[in-house]
Design a protein around this ligand. Structure first.
Ligand SMILES: Nc1ncnc2c1ncn2[C@@H]1O[C@H](COP(=O)(O)OP(=O)(O)OP(=O)(O)O)[C@@H](O)[C@H]1O
Ligand SMILES: [Mg+2]
Length: 256
């Protein structure tokens, strides 16, 4: 689905140039659920923004569903993004003045979906993320977990092929985090490709593959073992800190 060949992205400041992505090679296949780990500043968000075509690159080849994105204009990239990609941001990025249902409906306007169909899709996705009872609320009246569920609903209402999530559980407690991770896993099992940045190694078990970044490069790339996935997802539900720590240790060794 995605192919990076020697991709670089730098930021030029007043005096210094920061190399964020450094000649990166990366292939992401359709159907994968890829977790991205790495220390602060290693380029996780930059990578996600480039993948989502919100940010451009300086050099290299970037192909998305066989489209040569590096050769595309901003307008062509925007069209691809609209057709295929849903974003989940760490800080939710909901529009304060719109209600829950209006926030979720917004991408459907941009897709020129007719009114009755918009209502049908919004109703279905509200139910799916279990937030129907708050549909008339403004985001400020919701808890963090509820806001994140609305943000996810907005990202998935157009049924995107690729879901990009930047620390989707970064602001959530463990119960809400588990709910969000299970939802992402379901979406993946239904066919969406998912790329998720996370600071929580215990969450990589919901995915199929994990990469680790350091200084703008991929330094580790491994599949998450099926067996580990089955075993640990049961234990995670049990929820004691001791077992969660054990999972972290196992996951670190087994999955890098
Ligand atoms: N718009 C920008 N202007 C200048 N420098 C930037 C910009 N965006 C990112 N950078 C720099 O690029 C590097 C990578 O940043 P990025 O936000 O991708 O890191 P990150 O891995 O997401 O970090 P965190 O875990 O803290 O979110 C950092 O050194 C950062 O300072
Ligand atoms: Mg970041």
């Amino acid at each position: 689905m995605i192919k990076f060949n020697q991709i670089s992205r730098s930021f030029i400041g007043d005096e210094v140039e920061t190399v964020a992505i450094d000649q990166m090679n990366l292939t992401i296949n359709e159907g994968e659920f890829l977790s991205i780990l790495g220390p602060s500043g290693c380029c996780k968000s930059t990578l996600l923004n480039v993948l989502g075509m919100l940010d451009s690159i300086d050099s290299g080849e970037f192909s998305f569903l066989e489209n040569p994105v590096d050769k595309y204009s901003e307008q062509q990239r925007a069209r691809l993004r609209k057709q295929h990609i849903g974003f989940i941001f760490q800080n939710f990025n909901l529009i304060d003045e719109l209600t829950v249902e209006q926030n979720i409906e917004l991408p459907l306007y941009y897709h020129n979906v007719a009114k009755a169909e918009r209502k049908r899709l919004v109703d279905a996705v509200l139910k799916r993320v279990d937030i129907s009872h708050r549909r008339k609320h403004l985001p400020a009246k919701l808890s963090g977990g509820q806001q994140q569920r609305v943000a996810i609903a907005r990202a998935i209402v157009t049924n995107p092929d690729l879901i990009l999530a930047d620390e989707p559980t970064g602001n959530l407690d463990s119960k809400n985090s588990t709910q969000v991770m299970e939802l992402l896993q379901q979406l993946n099992q239904e066919g969406a490709t998912i790329v998720m940045v996370t600071h929580a190694p215990e969450h990589i078990i919901y995915g199929t593959r994990v990469i680790e970044l350091l200084d703008g490069k991929v330094v580790n790339d491994q599949l998450v073992k099926e067996k580990l996935n089955d075993k640990t997802s049961q234990i995670v539900d049990a929820g004691s800190t001791e077992v969660v720590n054990t999972i972290k240790a196992v996951a670190e060794v087994t999955c890098g």
